[in-house]
Design a protein around this ligand. Structure first.
Ligand code: S3P
Length: 172
């Protein structure tokens, strides 16, 4: 499987809280690949947190940085790359991923992601009076785009390790 990837990276996409970082780390470990998190790389490059970038420079600035960082990371493959939940909305990024990666959508239901993002609430898009409404709208708007990923792995309230198993089985 890893040999078949060549230089292509496994790229995890999906909504905030779907498990991209946790599943990505474990998947990388299982496959003997490096793990890289796009948001962490953006924070490193900007020397600021994602929340600070949104607050000080706005979302469009974050999005262009996100495109550049993902394009760079894809050239360093093969690795397992976790993207931020909005990254796959960029047509340019989708084209880069199609060329240099294998995209996998971690499809998770609303209740599961809400339970997770409530526990970790630093995400700028959810810092408003109606995070549930925002999440419903984001999921409705984005799911048709996430569905363009090469593979979809659907899970509902299962441990991350089970999702890793599912991915490994799908790729085998
Ligand atoms: C975002 C998701 C976040 C982060 C930023 C914007 C989004 O990443 O990139 O807050 O647009 O869905 P996670 O999906 O890792 O939370």
């Amino acid at each position: 499987l890893v040999a078949a990837l060549g230089h292509r990276s496994i790229v995890l996409v999906g909504i905030m809280g779907c498990g991209k970082s946790t599943v990505g780390k474990r998947l990388a470990h299982r496959l003997g690949l490096e793990f890289v998190d796009a948001d962490t790389e953006i924070e490193r490059a900007a020397n600021m947190s994602v929340a600070e970038i949104f607050a000080e420079h706005g979302e469009p600035y974050f999005r262009s940085g996100e495109e550049r960082v993902i394009a760079r990371l894809l050239r360093e493959g093969p690795q397992v790359l976790a993207t931020g939940g909005g990254a796959f909305m960029s047509e340019a990024t989708r084209a880069e991923i199609a060329e240099l990666g294998l995209s996998i959508w971690l499809k998770v239901d609303f209740d599961t992601v809400m339970a997770r993002v409530r526990r970790r609430s630093t995400r700028p898009l959810l810092q408003n009076p109606d995070p549930e409404g925002t999440m419903r709208k984001l999921m409705a708007d984005r799911e048709p785009v996430y569905a363009k990923a090469a593979l979809t792995v659907t899970s509902k309230d299962v441990p991350h390790e089970a999702v890793v198993d599912q991915i490994v089985a799908t790729l085998a």
